[in-house]
Write a protein that binds this ligand. Structure first.
Ligand SMILES: Cc1cc2nc3c(=O)[nH]c(=O)nc-3n(C[C@H](O)[C@H](O)[C@H](O)COP(=O)(O)OP(=O)(O)OC[C@H]3O[C@@H](n4cnc5c(N)ncnc54)[C@H](O)[C@@H]3O)c2cc1C
Ligand code: SF4
Length: 339
């Protein structure tokens, strides 16, 4: 049994100091980290509890956007009046994830950093996982890969990012604010998560010891017409096979798209956006045929393996349906649903 030192940080500066110690990890809600520690996948020597440092508020920004503190619980974020009003897409995505009990514990920062659910990664009985043990191989490539990536994968790793929240944040062009030993910095959500390449053990651009302090959402014209569609094996308490965050700004005729944002989840190591797919919708009346063209651009270059190739068609159908739902929406927040 390994001894673990526990510290409760009192503010951000204190947390950053504590995290400089060897083997330290931050702990938010603990809903992912504690599972991985029990499974011997993560082995911190020190836990820095950041749940008492503040950063648990949603604040209005002067440009009409919102700053969501890293310690805001997923339930509180989903239910916050300003989030529901201005970013119903985010509220829907959060409510499509996990269970009410988990969402009551899970934090925004922890959700951003939750690790893949690839079973070869989470179960140490498997010997081959480059993400857990760099250089050991990838068990999923020739093994169980029904949930795995069709886009942006590498020889080394075909895992997907499991978060629903991240998909909505990608479509909403969120910015992650990070504090570290140096100056605070801001990283566009689009850049925050990495593709696996030859170093799949590195999930994000976060540097050792850095802490997420907030997520900024820019003012959005997509409040009215957006939809989060999650396709999964069960209607609740299951990770996405494929998910779509679709957001539309429509012209006054209610049909012509002024601008569109589409992000795919469950298909890559990070939320997947393709500018050409969104541009293909702009200035055009929305139709299923046009949505299908955009969907084809989104999955261009997708590569399926025997047990996950189904995702290529599923993702395109889900995009068409999510765009149709977004156009027809006059948003009240709702949960994800089966395609
Ligand atoms: C049974 C189950 C089902 C689930 N289903 C879904 C689902 O359908 N969809 C979905 O999206 N998610 C799902 N989840 C995942 C859940 O959303 C995550 O576990 C949760 O969001 C993680 O947040 P946390 O605060 O508990 O993170 P923690 O477990 O505390 O931390 C996770 C990681 O983030 C780091 N960390 C935490 N906060 C910070 C910070 N501010 N700065 C830097 N590092 C930090 C920790 O060191 C750790 O590495 C499920 C989880 C479980 C257990
Ligand atoms: S897909 Fe990635 S996480 Fe899964 S076994 Fe391969 S290297 Fe490990």
């Amino acid at each position: 049994m390994q001894a673990i030192h526990y510290d409760r940080a009192t503010d951000v500066a204190h947390a950053l100091r504590l995290a400089q110690q060897p083997g330290a990890m931050y702990i938010g809600g603990g809903t992912n980290l504690l599972d991985l520690m029990k499974g011997d996948v993560e082995r911190p020597r020190r836990l820095v509890d950041i749940t008492h440092i503040g950063l648990d508020q949603v604040i209005e920004l002067p440009d009409g956007g919102l700053r969501i503190g890293a310690l805001v619980r997923n339930s509180d974020c989903a239910d916050h009046a300003l989030v529901r009003q201005r970013y119903p897409l985010l509220s829907q995505a959060l409510l499509a994830g996990a269970s009410p009990q988990l969402r009551n514990m899970a934090t925004v920062g922890g959700n951003l950093l939750q690790r893949t659910r690839c079973p070869y990664f989470t179960d140490t009985a498997f010997e081959h996982c480059n993400k857990r043990m760099p250089g050991s191989g990838c068990g999923a490539r020739e093994g169980y890969h029904r949930m795995h990536a069709i886009l942006g994968a590498s020889e080394a790793c075909i895992a997907v990012n499991p978060s629903d929240m991240n998909v909505a944040l990608a479509a909403l062009e969120a910015v992650v604010r990070v504090a570290g030993p140096g100056a605070e910095r801001a990283i566009a959500l689009a850049d925050f998560h990495r593709l696996p390449g030859a170093t799949p053990q590195i999930d994000t651009l976060l540097r050792p010891g850095e802490m997420i302090v907030a997520v900024d959402l820019p003012a959005s014209p997509f409040a009215r017409h957006s939809h989060y569609l999650k396709v999964r094996d069960r209607a609740s308490y299951a990770f996405a096979l494929v998910s779509v965050a679709a957001a539309l700004e429509l012209e006054g005729d209610g049909v012509t798209v002024r601008q569109a944002r589409i992000a795919l989840g469950g298909v890559a190591h990070k939320p997947w956006r393709v500018a050409a797919a969104e541009a293909a919708l702009a200035g055009q009346p929305l139709s299923d045929a046009r949505s299908r063209q955009a969907a084809a651009l989104l999955v261009a270059g997708a590569q399926g393996r025997p047990d996950n190739a189904y995702k290529i068609e599923m993702a395109q159908r889900a995009v068409v349906r999510a765009l149709r739902n977004a156009a027809n929406a006059d948003n009240a927040a709702s949960t994800g649903e089966r395609a």
